[in-house]
Design a protein. Structure first.
Length: 170
């Protein structure tokens, strides 16, 4: 269950009890969602719901909320599909006029943008991420875990990102 992690910092959400040895459970800065996920398909929905609720609470425009939910769904879905036997974490953070979405797993596979035919039911995840995100990439930590990340500009009604249009007051 997702709950408010620290009542003094209501913008910070964390899933369940702190994970033992997780350095990100205590980051404690700004607006952040931090979830520990199982490798089960139902976790995509939980991650999307938690991220969407946070973006709404932060005052993000509806288009940003929708795009943020989609990016979270695609990155978490990929982690579940390609790293089925590893722990997965999701972090969504607001940094200035950008949102940063990071999904960390233990897979050795780098994410790839694939071209798939119209009859294919899967394989468009990273294509969608590339099309919607401002930037995206992947990195490995010293323990061999992979983090796939993307950023999303918080847009105003005309589609041009401006500091005055970012999610809620900073």
């Amino acid at each position: 269950m997702t709950h408010l992690h620290d009542p003094r910092r209501p913008e910070r959400l964390c899933a369940g009890p702190r994970a033992e040895g997780c350095p990100d459970c205590d980051l404690g800065f700004g607006r952040q969602v931090h979830l520990h996920l199982r490798t089960a398909a139902v976790e995509v929905r939980r991650a999307r719901t938690a991220a969407g609720a946070a973006l709404v609470a932060w005052g993000c425009p509806p288009a940003t909320v929708d795009d943020g939910r989609l990016l979270v769904s695609e990155l978490v879905g990929n982690a579940i599909r390609y790293a089925p036997d590893t722990g997965i974490t999701l972090d969504v953070m607001q940094i200035g006029d950008r949102l940063l979405v990071e999904v960390t797993d233990g897979s050795a596979a780098r994410p790839l943008v694939q071209r798939v035919g119209p009859e294919e039911e899967q394989g468009r995840g990273m294509y969608l991420v590339q099309a919607i995100a401002s930037a995206w990439g992947a990195r490995r930590d010293r323990h061999g875990r992979k983090t796939t990340w993307c950023t999303l500009a918080v847009e105003g009604s005309d589609g041009i990102p401006r500091p005055a249009d970012r999610c809620g007051p900073s």
